[in-house]
Design a protein around this ligand. Sequence first.
Ligand code: SF4
Ligand code: SF4
Length: 151
Amino acid sequence: MLGIVPFLGILKRLREGGSNPPCGAGVNAIAILPNGEIRACPIAYDAEWALLGKLGRTDYSEMRHRMLGCGIAGECLGCTHLRGCGGRCLYMNRERYWGEAGFKKICEVTKHTIDAISNVKDEACDIMKNLGMSYQVLDYPKFNNSTEIVP
Ligand code: SF4
Ligand code: SF4
C-alpha cells in the first residue's frame, strides 16, 4: 500500500472516522512554542483562538477546557463531507486567508476528491481483505505528529 496523501488519510477517515481537524490540532495534538506557550496549532503562533495556556502556569483541566473552544467552526460542522474531510485544517478554518470564495473553491476540490475515494472505498477494502492486509496500513501518519492530511 503506497502512502499517497491525501488518498490514504481520506480512505482511513471514510472507513473509521477521525478527529476534526484530521491533523488533530487542538483535539489530540498540541504545540509547545519555545516561549512555553501551549497552542492548538504550531502555525497559529500569534492567534488568540489557538492559545491554550502556558507551561508551568496552566493546569491540564484548564487547557482541556480551552481546547473545547478552539475547534473547527462554521459551515464545516453541517457539511455532508465532514466525515471524510474533517474541516481540512484548523488554521485555514479559523483564519480564512483565501476569503470565502477561495474557501469554497478548495471545498469543491476536496468534495470531488472525497467522492472519488468514496466510490472505490469498498473495492479497496475488499482487495485489502482478500490480500490479508491489515487495515493498519491505512494509518497515516503512523503516529500523531499533527501533519496535514486533507490539504
Ligand atoms: S468540504 Fe469544506 S465545508 Fe465541508 S468539511 Fe471540508 S472544509 Fe468544511
Ligand atoms: S494542518 Fe497544520 S496548520 Fe493546519 S491545523 Fe493542523 S497543524 Fe495547524
